[in-house]
Ligand binder design. Structure first.
Ligand SMILES: Cc1ncc(COP(=O)(O)O)c(C=O)c1O
Length: 416
């Protein structure tokens, strides 16, 4: 008998869709394609020699333990180093028992969803939002309420209005998800005032804040803004970060900071998911962080990415038409572009690919769609030459699109 696999899939699995974006991005492997689409660190910045030494040390000193299963919470010396770092760098009041290691920040998001979202539950996020988080939450059949961002970060008035509207229909959101610093995809940073306001609103309406923070160490200028978690005295914020952007994503190592009550549940969920995070990678990362290499690496990538951001901003200024707007991120890896309303970046995408330039269409970051005239550009991955060449190519595509739209608008059919 032929397996009727569709009948056997869970209802949940039928919600999984190949992300249109990820499918589209497969074409970025084409030779000569310049891609500003992926959210990738620059591979030239990977500290290969130091990682090699850390692997040697792991082999020489701890190889049997590193090849063994580990505890679900993670390798204790690594957790200790990270808890210490979080205290010093983020001013987060965090002890060993408040921090666990996860298989990347993505797993932390998925575990939060597993522990807090029942089918039909509602969560909030400011939009545009990180696509991977939307996918993780969607997998648990939750409803998303989008809160727009403005020049001031999250639109607080809209948040309050939406919370009141939801309250009238007895909907109590479980959490608000946000990337407050150098956000993926917009590059924007939430001001201090909004971080504090957000925490007080979360307390008033009794929901959690999921603070996803992969980029705050990649700061190019200005003073760092304290994390929302650093103001949290009641266990209302679940904080997560990752080695992906400050060491290498291939390690698949992240961490999560929360109250012990939350972590006890998360640990049970993680046991059922993967037993423990890759032990070998944790030992190597511990050699790396305890050897003092992480700070040197962070300084190195900050310089490199600032240079690349400046290069992209200069090229945008030089080649893009004057009506195009963009964010000026003070750190991180992304610039958000807003084109005139007449341009649909989804429709323009094939033309861009034919000119061998790729981006991510802005609509992808909006769970309810919309914002057709926006796009995300990554500046960390490409070489300097590719950044300049790529922006020129993109400017040509936009100019062609603008002039063809203009021609269509000014075309008057005969007989009218
Ligand atoms: C905002 C945000 N959160 C989480 C992740 C996932 O990171 P990780 O590689 O640690 O799973 C990313 C990756 O790009 C991200 O941009």
């Amino acid at each position: 008998m032929v397996v009727n696999i569709e009948r056997l899939f869970s209802k949940r699995a039928t919600r999984f869709r190949a992300s249109e974006i990820r499918e589209l991005l497969k074409v970025t492997q084409i030779p000569d394609m310049i891609s500003f689409a992926g959210g990738l660190p620059n591979p030239k910045a990977f500290p290969v020699k130091v990682i090699h030494d850390c692997i040697d040390k792991t082999f020489n000193n701890h190889i049997t333990e590193a090849l063994q299963y580990g505890s679900t919470e993670g390798y204790t010396p690594l957790r200790n180093e990270l808890a210490q770092r979080m205290k010093v760098k983020q001013n987060i009041d965090c002890e060993l028992h408040n921090l666990i290691i996860t298989s990347g920040a993505q797993q932390a998001l998925s575990l939060v969803a597993l522990c807090f979202l029942d089918p039909g539950d509602t969560y909030l996020t400011n939009v545009p939002a990180y696509l991977g988080a939307l996918q993780a939450f969607n997998a648990y059949e939750a409803n998303c309420e989008s809160i727009p961002m403005n020049e001031e970060g999250i639109d607080i008035e809209s948040l309050k209005r939406n919370l009141e509207r939801l309250k009238r229909t007895s909907i109590l959101p479980k959490f608000l998800y946000t990337v407050p610093t150098f956000q993926n995809p917009s590059g924007e940073t939430m001001p201090l005032k909004h971080r504090k306001e957000l925490l007080s609103i979360a307390s008033e309406y009794d929901f959690l804040i999921i603070e996803d923070d992969p980029y705050s160490e990649l700061i190019f200028e200005g003073k760092p803004i304290p994390s929302i978690k650093s103001f949290d005295t009641k266990g209302r914020v679940i904080y997560m970060s990752t080695f992906s952007k400050i060491l290498a994503p291939g390690f698949r190592l992240g961490w999560m900071i929360a109250s012990r009550e939350v972590l006890d549940k998360i640990i049970l969920a993680k046991q059922a998911t993967d037993l423990c995070t890759n032990t070998f990678a944790q030992y190597v990362a511990h050699e790396y962080i305890s050897g003092g290499y992480l700070d040197t690496q962070v300084e190195h990538i900050k310089k490199l990415y600032k240079h690349k951001r400046d290069l992209m901003l200069d090229a945008l200024k030089k080649y893009f038409p004057s009506m195009v707007k963009w964010t000026i991120p003070k750190g991180g890896m992304f610039i958000w572009i807003t084109l005139p309303k007449s341009i649909d970046t989804g429709l323009m995408f094939q033309k861009a690919l034919s000119k061998k330039i790729a981006y991510v269409i802005g609509e992808a970051f909006y769970p309810e769609g919309g914002n057709y005239n926006s796009m995300r550009l990554n500046f960390s991955y490409s070489s300097d030459e590719e950044i300049i060449k790529g922006i020129k190519r993109l400017a040509d595509v936009i100019n062609e699109e603008l002039s063809s739209n203009h021609q269509q608008e000014s075309y008057v059919p005969e007989g009218v």
